[in-house]
Structure formats: structure tokens, C-alpha cells
Design a protein around this ligand. Structure first.
Ligand SMILES: [Mg+2]
Length: 237
């Protein structure tokens, strides 16, 4: 086999990207229970993404409290708890595997590949991860908020390789191109593949710094299996 490991992105790859409309509704609900102005809350939620994704806040409560302080509102503890619950429940709903994701991971494992994940995400994802059906199928997970690095920083890809016990050149990286992740993966020596599902409504998808890509592309997770078969047969993508 030309590759030993397949490293996946999470949002927009193994699960759908957040729906912008649903995300905005969730932020409005949080603002309502906190009695803060919804526009200010949504703006600051967006502005604190990098802090949230690099672990600057211990958890969702700290992030929410920080925004309330900046908006000069002091919510009651039960309101804060309810706002956090709204956010965590939203993330839980968002971690629903794409239709073909679990069967594809299972097949890749049966074919002898080891599986990694690199996700730019906030603290709810590692909190909820052990209860997702992905947990037993993915051998190494690297969450940006835990390692305090975001894609396309070379170190985040190298960390995944270390945990998987492989060299970057032995990895295929599959992602939807957010956070310039494909360029980052290629730069460290991984072989990057774009996933773009036909049903995604790009006007309603929450994608961070999506990049243009002229390299190999798949339109479903299951197509990774065929791509690998082709590579093993022909020697290149
Ligand atoms: Mg993504």
C-alpha cells in the first residue's frame, strides 16, 4: 500500500458543516437566555472563534462569560448554564456522521489503514467525542482547542503523524478545504484530497477560509476507498 494512514478533517468531511441559518438561530437563543443584545453577541461569538479553537477558553462557559463581560452584562448562573447547554446540544446534533462515513472508516480499517482526524474546533467537540460513533474507529484525534494549534500550522499535522506512528508522506489527507488545510497538509508532505459533497448548500455552510483547489477531489467519503484502490493499482493519484 502506498499510504499507511488516512487523516480526515471533521466538519464538512465526516460530518456536515454547520448550517449558517441554524447557527445564527442558536446564537440568538443563547443571547435571549443571557439577556444580551443578539447582534453584539453574534459578532463577538464570531470574533472569538480563533481563541475558542486554540483553547484560550477552558470551556464554552468561559467563552460565553467573556462575551457577556465585554457586553457589560452579568448573567445569572442558571442563564449561563442554559446558554452553554444550547450550544453543546447544537454541537451534539452537528456531530452526526455523514451517511457513508462510518461504513467507509470501517472498510478502510479492514483494508489495513490507520485513521486519524485533525479538526479546528472548540471545546464541545472533545467533550462529546467519546460518545460519538467515530470514537472507536479513529486511532488518533487531534483537536485544535486541545493542542492549541490550528490548521494550516505544520505542527498540527506532524502531531497527528506522531500519534499515528507514520511519516507525513505515508498519509492521505481528506478535507473540505476550510482553514487552508489542504495546502497545509501538502506543505508537510501529506497527499491532500478535497471533498466536496454535491448536496451542500454553500450559501448556508459555515466554512472558514475555504480554499480553491485544483488537486484530487472526491464527492463522497466512500469515494476515498476507490481513490486508494486506484493509487495502489496505478501508483499515483
Ligand atoms: Mg472542514
Amino acid at each position: 500500500m502506498k499510504y499507511q494512514a488516512i487523516v480526515f478533517d471533521l466538519f464538512g468531511t465526516l460530518v456536515d458543516n454547520f448550517s449558517l441559518r441554524e447557527h445564527e438561530a442558536v446564537l440568538r437563543q443563547m443571547a435571549a437566555v443571557l439577556s444580551v443584545p443578539p447582534e453584539g453577541f453574534a459578532r463577538m461569538w464570531g470574533e472569538t472563534f480563533n481563541k475558542r479553537a486554540t483553547g484560550a477558553f477552558r470551556n464554552t462557559k468561559d467563552n460565553t462569560e467573556y462575551i457577556c463581560q465585554r457586553l457589560e452584562v452579568r448573567p445569572k448562573d442558571e442563564c449561563l448554564k442554559l446558554a452553554v447547554k444550547i450550544r453543546v446540544d447544537f454541537t451534539r446534533r452537528s456531530l452526526k456522521p455523514r451517511d457513508d462515513a462510518l461504513e467507509t472508516l470501517t472498510q478502510l480499517i479492514q483494508e489495513g489503514y490507520i485513521i486519524g482526524l485533525i479538526s479546528d474546533c472548540s471545546s464541545e467537540v472533545p467533550l462529546l467525542w467519546p460518545d460519538t460513533p467515530f470514537a472507536p474507529l479513529i486511532h488518533a484525534v487531534v483537536f485544535s482547542c486541545t493542542v492549541r494549534l490550528m490548521k494550516p500550522d505544520a505542527r498540527i499535522y506532524r502531531l497527528a503523524c506522531e500519534q499515528l506512528g507514520v511519516k507525513p508522506q505515508e498519509c492521505l489527507y481528506v478535507g473540505d478545504g476550510s482553514s487552508h488545510e489542504l495546502t497545509g497538509a501538502s506543505r508537510v508532505g501529506m497527499h491532500a484530497v478535497l471533498i466536496r459533497v454535491p448536496y451542500e448548500d454553500t450559501s448556508d455552510a459555515h466554512r472558514i477560509n475555504a480554499e480553491e483547489w485544483n488537486g484530487p477531489t472526491v464527492s463522497a467519503v466512500r469515494e476515498v476507498v476507490g481513490l486508494l484502490d486506484g493509487i495502489n493499482h496505478n501508483g499515483s493519484i
